[in-house]
Design a protein around this ligand. Structure first.
Ligand code: GRF
Length: 241
């Protein structure tokens, strides 16, 4: 499987700071299976001044994933490792790791990558593997999170960026965003409200990672120099007094 669009072994990407000096950027590889809207949000955010990372590679397990086109439009190298070509999860993950490693990533981001990864793969990228999940973990790991939230009648739902550990959708939480569940919501309206926040928290988490501001200690993440906010989301809100 070849990486297209970027010569292999290219050195660390750089950007020029506001002061005119070159800044080394962390190399980011994003794994996608479908639409790629989180990839687009991350790639676009990474172009902002002060963002010390660049999406250098995108890898998909599906050859027709729209996320691949999003990458190509932005000049990002792409590769496909089709899971259906492999007899076992282990064999697929071994090839996936081989292709990912060729991008020499400092960080690997799962952005709608719809494959359960083996412990071996996860261990290889320990501490530099992030996932975006469409629920407020630990509530609703797995699939159909919005449908399940609606079925339970929860009033607050949301999304989570977390470091990946061997168990699915478990792992140290970096950042979460909460949204109200509104009367009349269906799966599509709730998913859209959550997705809007995914597009904020994923770039935020990656920006912190690239700046070296995420501290992982005893399974908990703290964000150095994060601004503390106090506030509450009440759904539905109480009547005004
Ligand atoms: C997102 O909701 C993400 O949280 C989930 O899969 C979806 C992918 O969407 N894991 P996109 O491909 O980023 O548009």
């Amino acid at each position: 499987m070849s990486l297209k669009g970027r010569p292999e072994g290219e050195s660390t990407p750089k950007r020029v700071s506001a002061e005119g000096s070159p800044v080394s950027l962390r190399r980011i590889t994003v794994l996608v299976s479908g639409r790629g809207s989180n990839l687009a949000a991350l790639a676009d955010a990474s172009l902002q001044p002060g963002f010390a990372g660049a999406v250098t590679h995108v890898v998909s397990n599906r050859p027709h994933a729209a996320g691949l086109e999003i990458a190509r439009q932005r000049g990002i190298a792409t590769a496909v490792v089709e899971h259906s070509d492999f007899a076992s999860r282990e064999a697929f993950d071994a090839e996936l790791a081989r292709v990912v490693d060729r991008g020499e990533p400092d960080l690997v981001v799962l952005a709608g990558f719809m494959r359960v990864l083996t412990d071996t793969f996860v261990a290889r990228y320990e501490g530099r593997l992030l996932n975006i999940h469409p629920s407020l973990l630990p509530a609703y790991p797995g699939l159909h999170t919005h449908r399940r939230a609606l079925a339970d009648g929860v009033k607050v739902h949301g999304c989570t960026v977390h470091f990946v550990t061997p168990a699915v959708d478990v792992g140290p939480i970096v950042v979460q965003a909460a949204v109200p569940v509104l009367p009349g919501d269906d799966e599509a309206t709730l998913a859209a409200r959550v997705l809007e926040q995914e597009h904020r928290v994923l770039p935020a988490a990656v920006r912190w990672f690239c700046a070296g501001r995420l501290v992982l200690d005893a399974g908990h993440v703290s964000v150095q120099d994060a601004v503390a906010t106090v506030g509450a989301l009440l759904c539905p809100p109480p009547d005004p007094i």
